[in-house]
Design a protein around this ligand. Structure first.
Ligand SMILES: Cc1ncc(COP(=O)(O)O)c(C=O)c1O
Length: 384
């Protein structure tokens, strides 16, 4: 059926009607009083999501642009950078630092594993001269949630600043930017914020500003000092996507109306139900429960089934869209997002379609077993 789809990928995620409606308002001039009031209103709300007293800059670019802004403003050629890597996006962050000439040292924890704090502590003790530490809050490629509070406590004891990629976590998973000593937190619009792609949001601590002000790397569009100069007038350095700003205000209103605690609890419940359903279908999960992401679940395709062939059936027969694996996991896993504008019935649809697609591909699957388990989790009759 034309246009009937169930978009369950980890970004872009479905956009709620209230957000779409806000984005149909007439475009406004970005140097206007109306825009200033819009930015101010967003700022008041987004600080609650970030749990920060610092400024949160809204940049018109995707999440990777936000990561690049963080690096371009803090990393000079030859600077020592420690990258904590748990998957594809941790690798991307490290590669951006390399592109800016950093001397990057990686700790690679393996795809599907989380950051081991003991290894971080040892590494930081070995070398006191790291300038920047890079971490990923929620590794989208593997469905792993890292302990940012733990990492932040370790980095705060050093002179290094902590840059956190929160692109697929913030808004769906709690983050206490100031309390956890995150110096730059970056996120993007098209994930838990329920918007189309195109905005990155980024907070900067005082410790980070002292580094940014000394930094010599070329920066223009991504200049955070330029962003700050405009921000004091509730403006942006360059033309912002005013339409997405309108959507962001509406999305933040929705999140605050639901209550951030409830938003986070909802994501957790959907993750639990998804994981319980996968297990009931004898499917293996990439991440352990201990560090499982509340926003995206990575599942191994069963023996004899190519994950991308399974996804193809899901899309063509049922309009259900899962993400595939990245890097060496391509063809081996599929990823179900429960991120942003999603509820219990989205999980039921996802699991119901998954059961049918598996059966169509000749897998011995007990139809209804996964759906039943998800229902039990929702009805609190089963522990995930
Ligand atoms: C954790 C993480 N970091 C960075 C990115 C890159 O963001 P974008 O695709 O908006 O550039 C993504 C996108 O999926 C992500 O999930």
């Amino acid at each position: 059926m034309k246009d009937k789809q169930y978009l369950l990928i980890p970004g872009p995620t479905p956009v709620p009607p209230a957000v779409t409606a806000a984005m149909t308002r007439p475009v406004i001039g970005h140097r206007s009083e109306d825009f200033a009031r819009l930015y101010e209103s967003i700022e008041e709300k987004i600080k609650m999501v970030f749990q920060t007293k610092n400024d949160v800059f809204i940049l018109t670019n995707s999440g990777t642009g936000g990561l690049e802004a963080a690096i371009a403003n803090t990393v000079n050629p030859g600077d020592r950078v420690l990258a904590l890597i748990t998957g594809n996006f941790g690798e991307r962050f490290a590669n951006i630092a390399r592109a800016y000439g950093a001397n990057v040292e990686e700790i690679n924890f393996g795809w599907g594993k989380d950051v081991d704090l003991r290894a971080v502590e040892e590494k930081l003790a070995e070398r006191p001269d790291y300038k920047v530490v890079l971490a990923t809050q929620n590794e989208t490629s593997t469905g792993v949630l890292n302990d940012i509070a733990g990492i932040g406590a370790l980095v705060a004891k050093t002179n290094a600043i902590l840059l956190v990629d929160g692109v697929s976590g913030v808004g769906g998973v709690e983050i206490k930017t100031d309390e956890w000593r995150v110096d730059i937190l970056i996120t993007a619009s098209q994930k838990a914020f329920m918007l189309p792609p195109g905005l990155a949001m980024l907070s900067v601590s005082e410790k980070a500003w002292s580094v940014i002000e000394q930094n010599k790397s070329p920066r223009f569009y991504f200049s955070l000092p330029a962003a700050r100069n405009s921000f004091v007038k509730w403006n942006t350095a360059y033309t912002p996507n005013v339409t997405l700003f309108m959507g962001l205000e509406a999305a933040l209103e929705m999140m605050l109306e639901e209550g951030l605690e409830n938003v986070y609890a909802r994501h957790l419940l959907l993750a639990r139900a998804t994981r319980a359903a996968a297990r009931a279908l004898n499917l293996s999960l990439l991440a352990e429960d201990r560090c499982a992401s509340p926003t995206v679940t990575a599942v191994y395709a069963p023996a004899g089934v190519e994950a991308d062939a399974l996804r193809k059936v899901l899309k063509s027969e049922y309009g259900v869209i899962f993400a595939g694996g990245q890097g060496h996991l391509k063809g081996k896993i599929f990823r179900i997002a429960h991120m942003g504008f999603v509820g219990k019935m989205d999980v039921i649809i996802a699991v119901g379609a998954l059961e049918m697609a598996l059966a169509q591909l000749g897998c011995p699957v007990e139809l209804g077993a996964g759906v039943c388990k998800a229902q039990e989790v929702f009805l609190k009759k089963a522990q995930a």
